[in-house]
Design a binder for this molecule. Structure first.
Ligand code: CTP
Ligand code: MG
Length: 229
């Protein structure tokens, strides 16, 4: 079964507040995107990859990939205004023979290859899988006026990560249904769930962090320096 990576990288990184788009921000001397792609290159998953980028950065990202991974013939395509749109555009660009799709955020530079492999295995067996880590914090639900209204039982809470990995037909149908219904989600696995599909949780790693804010970039830099990732 052919596996194909779709990597949403079209965000601008507003919360990071850098002068560059997040995928191109420097992390220990290399663009963030390169760190992320390294993990997939080590599994030989770059050759058919689809990188979804903002139109104004397609050229720069394409030349970066060509310079760093000259053997890969991965494609850089134009994304949309929100992540869900970018992913759907990536799904529309899949090769005909692809049966398993890995969706992984460019903003998550340290996905451990063993966990990527475990997500592929889970998608093969169950149809849909998300990587996640068990919640270690007590999570509070507040109302609009900042009053506590609920404290969900932590033992069944997980922090969502990517990769999320799927059988192709399932994720394409889930995205098409969400688009048709005008449903806006913040991840892809939940789109499968809302169609009545089952999603397997694959335990991830706390080092598989997403760079969202300046402090995340600091932690990411420290993790490389201390050789933790
Ligand atoms: N993404 C995308 N297309 C968009 C928005 C986001 O492909 N229109 C991608 C980002 O590039 C990132 C991933 O989705 O790899 C997760 O999004 P997030 O961490 O929110 O990144 P940004 O949207 O860039 O950041 P912000 O929300 O702070 O602007
Ligand atoms: Mg965003």
């Amino acid at each position: 079964m052919s596996v194909q990576l779709v990597m949403p990288a079209a965000g601008l990184g507003v919360r990071l507040g850098a002068s560059r788009p997040k995928a191109l921000v420097e992390l220990q001397g290399r663009p963030l995107l390169e760190h992320t792609l390294d993990r997939f290159a080590s599994l030989d998953l770059l050759s058919r990859a689809i990188i979804v980028a903002a139109p104004e950065h397609i050229e720069e990202i394409s030349s970066l990939i060509l310079a760093t991974y000259p053997q890969s013939d991965c494609r850089v395509i134009e994304g949309g205004s929100v992540r869900q749109e970018s992913v759907l555009l990536g799904l529309n660009a899949l090769e005909d023979d692809t049966s398993i799709v890995i969706i992984h955020d460019a903003a998550r530079p340290f996905a451990p290859p063993a966990i990527i492999e475990a997500s592929i295995e889970a998608a093969r067996e169950y149809g849909a899988a998300t990587v996640a880590t068990p919640c270690v914090d007590t999570i509070l639900v507040g109302d609009e006026e900042q009053w506590l209204i609920d404290t969900p039982d932590r033992s069944c809470l997980w922090y969502c990560q990517t990769p999320q990995t799927f059988q192709r037909d399932l994720i394409v149908a889930a995205h098409e249904a969400a688009r048709k219904d005008g449903h806006k989600g913040t991840d892809d696995a939940t789109l499968v769930l809302r169609m009545g599909g089952r999603v397997r949780i694959v335990e991830g790693s706390p080092f598989n962090l997403k760079v969202t804010t300046p402090s995340d970039l600091l932690w990411a830099s420290l993790a490389i320096e201390k050789e933790l990732v």
